[in-house]
Design a protein around this ligand. Structure first.
Ligand code: NAD
Length: 253
């Protein structure tokens, strides 16, 4: 059990990578506070985990709301008495539109969801982790904005690149007290964010082709990397941009 008795907040836990992480972390003994906007879905997932003997509580909310990060931490402390890890994973792509045509609203919402939410998460999770003797902050970044660019993804790329700068500073600010901070950079992954990829053969073929493995990931494969960052097995890892991208970043053929 790699996360035995560790208390973990996971956002974006109602689908995709966050849901896969919730199920995997529960199997590894974690006590979970699950966050996302879809209350019923989140409660169903938490219920299934509890039904299998795990521990999970659903706290529905919007990571753009300033009070939500605090609420998630308060729930972890009230319910489980400590906080060991925050897997800050909720995210959205925003509208795919070139910068001259992008609305202020799209830019602001994408940055608020993907980057400003990380500020709020860190602000509230770090004091709780310090009281627990240390912890692991994980932020889901992306290959987009790091090793690849696509037209129309300006807000998304900027937000995901911003997370990498943020973890570097967080790592230096709190490393001496045992708080680690890392960015997780998935390659293309089969989740709701990828849309109906299996019904769009041309788009799927393109996405497959840009990875050295010539396929995209299943959410569980990315969750396995998050598990490593959450667990003590990554105890000497901090400030990193951890690429889990099927060779997307080095692929040129
Ligand atoms: P997904 O759409 O299945 O999951 C996104 C999750 O975030 C959902 O639970 C959604 O409800 C939640 N969410 C979105 N906006 C929210 C908000 N404002 N408040 C609360 N919750 C919110 O997609 P996914 O692929 O599992 O995405 C997880 C993370 O992985 C995202 O940060 C995404 O940018 C990143 N990522 C995905 C891919 C990919 O190809 N799927 C690649 C690289 C990075």
């Amino acid at each position: 059990m790699q996360l035995h008795n560790k208390v973990v907040i996971i956002t974006g836990a109602s689908s995709g990578i966050g849901e896969a992480a919730a199920r995997l972390f529960a199997e590894e003994g974690a006590k979970l506070v699950l966050g996302a906007r879809r209350r019923e879905t989140l409660e169903r997932i938490a219920g299934e985990i509890v039904g299998k003997g795990g521990e999970a509580i659903a706290v529905a909310g919007d990571v753009c709301d300033v009070g939500y990060a605090e609420q998630l931490v308060a729930t972890a402390l009230d319910r489980f008495g400590r906080l060991d890890c925050g897997f800050n994973n909720a995210g959205m792509t925003g509208e795919a539109v070139a910068i001259p045509d992008m609305t202020e609203e799209n830019w602001s919402l994408t940055l608020a969801t993907n980057l400003t939410s990380a500020f709020h998460a860190a602000k509230h999770q770090i004091p709780a982790m310090l009281k627990s003797g240390g912890g692991s902050l994980i932020f889901t970044s992306s290959f987009v904005g790091y090793s690849a660019a696509f037209p129309g993804m300006g807000a998304y790329a900027a937000s995901k690149a911003g997370l990498i700068g943020l973890v570097q500073v967080l790592a230096t600010e709190h490393g001496a007290k045992g708080v680690r901070a890392n960015a997780l950079l998935p390659g293309g992954t089969r989740t709701e964010m990828a849309g109906n990829i299996d019904e769009e053969p041309e788009r799927l073929a393109f996405l497959n082709s840009i990875h050295a493995l010539k396929r995209i990931a299943d959410a569980r494969e990315i969750a396995e990397a998050a598990l490593f960052l959450a667990s003590d097995r990554s105890s000497f890892m901090t400030g990193s941009a951890m690429v889990v991208d099927g060779g997307n970043s080095i692929n040129k053929v």
